[in-house]
Design a protein around this ligand. Sequence first.
Ligand SMILES: C[S@@+](CC[C@H](N)C(=O)[O-])C[C@H]1O[C@@H](n2cnc3c(N)ncnc32)[C@H](O)[C@@H]1O
Length: 243
Amino acid sequence: MTEVRFPNIGDYYLQPGLAEKEERGWLSQGLYKKYWEIVQAAWEAISPGYRPKKVLELGCGSGLLASLLPSEVDYLGVDINKRFLEMAEARNPTRRFAQEDVRGLTIGKLRAKHGFRADFVMAFAFLKHFPLDSWNETFQQLLILAPYSLFQLQVTPMGDVDDGVEFHHVSVEHARIDHCIGRAQREVLAVWTTFEGTLGDGKTLMRENTYLFQESVEGPEAKEVSLDEQMSEPSTDSDESTP
Ligand SMILES: C[S@@+](CC[C@H](N)C(=O)[O-])C[C@H]1O[C@@H](n2cnc3c(N)ncnc32)[C@H](O)[C@@H]1O
């Protein structure tokens, strides 16, 4: 099993100055603008003109993507890191942000604690931080937070990358992703991004992007699921048979 140097990635980002340094990289790469294009394409894929009313962003970081969302969208951004949340609030004074470790996040908790019931959940540059031995369980749990999901999932021909500070589990195989989506029984609008290059030295190179949208996504009204159904936990078998 791969050793994760910072088992709680929040600890890593809480080191002095690291959040600011990380954000400088995000701003200079400008990926959040690309993410916004992908989000809009995903909404169009659900149905032309579709706009979710309530959007939940997992691992929202410093609120860069939130700053591009239309003002009428009710948004909740969650992140484990307090410093990123302060930056996000400063950038988006009218938006809501909350400190949460998403590994404990459920629809019930979102409702009880934040009065929020998402109809669209999204996460970018996020799922790579979860150890692969519990990745399936985490992903399945996140998939059922909303009827529609958009996740950036990184796969690479290079295998996992250690950037000298932390481990990035970038080689999540398609079979594993398909397995989790099947178990969660949710429509997922997934983004597969293939990175080729080196993380951590300022030279991350995005050679190829492949956006895969579910072909048979139904209209939003067809996705209304009862609260009981949404509250039901995904099956938690060990997934040992999957890649
Ligand atoms: C690489 S950053 C991406 C930030 C943002 N999504 C973006 O693309 O600019 C990963 C983010 O996930 C957050 N994060 C990592 N593990 C988390 C967890 N278990 N619960 C909530 N947030 C987490 C980090 O604090 C960080 O803000």
